[in-house]
Design a protein around this ligand. Structure first.
Ligand code: PEP
Ligand code: MN
Length: 364
């Protein structure tokens, strides 16, 4: 498989991380042009992104402006000189985007979850050799992600990269999409030549978390960032909660510390360091899960208060321990370890519920 380093993708080769920015969706000629002008003025954005066809979870929401938006983007490119990136999900999207001078395609997380769609897209790109960035599938299935990349490589795409955009948490979490950095670390160890960029916007779901997620990605030697930016985020027709103005984006970009992208920095992330990164990521997910668990404990406490149920129910505790020890043993965890861990977790839950049921006693 022959994959070019991202520093050699475009005529201007660089060792800086690639910065892709722009609105979640192209909404109107004015919004596209104003956002592009302000982003170009930062002098740091290489590629202007905008969604033209939006894969939305629910019908009836904004599905993107479609083909007319490609003309608005072409105008923004002509005026600002920034290259263009759009999401493509069908061969028709590929043809239309190529006609309007789009420079980079990205494959969205919903599309990369579906090998049939990916095969159709790959056939449409055979012989074109345009840069393609593949977002990770919605769920943390590394094989599936690799499979998408291989499908594009097979038709001759050599400017090929991954976009780490996090994974659906399936329940409430501090992140919109849990980063699970270990998945990208594994991808890098399997495909060391594959450039990987990070999309902190879709991981974070809110502006406050974006700088830390972006810094983490750069510390992991990722090759670039894709960040959503809109002239008027609160009025955005999609992903209003996570977009930042070009001004805020500029401040974020200058607050980050960058490493030069060279093959040697990639090698310098050694095995021990990458295993520690995995442990850090898994521990953060453990804490997130414990916090979700505590939220349920709180609801149960409120229910017990309203329905006069005792906090501690011995039979339930015994059943819980028994079931978890059995599962733990199947997972290679000793029964003593599982017991000690659960005792600690349970003790804190009881304390929390005691706070809810008799706050005065707890305060003493
Ligand atoms: C997007 O980039 O706006 C988008 C829809 O992202 P994802 O496919 O990661 O959800
Ligand atoms: Mn978006």
């Amino acid at each position: 498989m022959s994959i070019l380093p991202i520093s050699q993708w475009f005529s201007k080769s660089t060792d800086e991380p690639l910065i892709i920015a722009g609105p979640c969706s192209a909404e109107s000629p004015e919004q596209v042009m104003q956002t592009a002008r302000q982003l170009a003025a930062l002098g740091r954005v290489d590629v202007y992104r905008a969604g033209v066809w939006k894969p939305r979870s629910r019908p009836g929401t904004f599905q993107g402006a479609g083909e007319p938006a490609l003309e608005w983007l072409a105008d923004a490119k002509a005026e600002t000189g920034m290259m263009l990136a759009v999401e493509v999900a069908t061969p028709q999207h590929v043809e239309a985007a190529l006609r309007c001078g789009v420079d980079v395609f990205w494959v969205g997380a919903r599309t990369s979850s579906n090998p049939f769609s990916v095969d159709e897209l790959a056939s449409a790109m055979a012989g074109v050799n345009i840069p393609v960035l593949v977002k990770n599938p919605i769920h943390p299935d590394l094989e599936l992600w690799i499979g998408v990349i291989e499908r594009f490589a097979k038709v001759g795409v050599t400017r090929l990269g991954g976009i780490h955009r996090g994974f659906s948490p399936f329940q409430k979490s501090m992140y919109r999409n849990v980063p699970k950095w270990e998945v990208s670390i594994d991808l890098r160890s399997i495909m060391p030549d594959l450039p990987i960029i990070c999309d902190p916007s879709h991981i974070s779901g809110k502006p406050e978390l974006i700088p830390d997620v972006a810094q983490k990605a750069l510390d992991l030697s990722m090759d670039g960032l894709m960040i959503e930016s809109h002239v008027n985020p609160s009025k955005a027709l999609s992903d209003a909660k996570q977009q930042v103005t070009p001004e805020v984006l500029g401040q974020m970009l200058s607050s980050l510390s960058y490493r030069k992208i060279t093959p040697s920095t990639i090698e310098s992330i050694d095995l021990l360091e990458s295993m520690r990164e995995k442990i850090d990521s898994i521990d953060l997910q453990l804490l997130d899960l414990l916090s979700q668990r505590m939220e349920v404990v709180r609801h149960i406490g409120e229910y017990k208060l309203q329905n006069n149920v005792a906090i501690m129910q011995l039979r339930r505790w015994e059943e819980m321990i028994k079931m978890r020890i059995e599962v733990g043993e199947k997972l290679g965890l000793s029964s003593q370890y599982v017991k000690d861990l659960l005792r600690l977790v349970h003790k804190e839950s009881i304390r929390k519920q005691a706070d809810i049921i008799s706050p005065d006693d707890a305060a003493e």
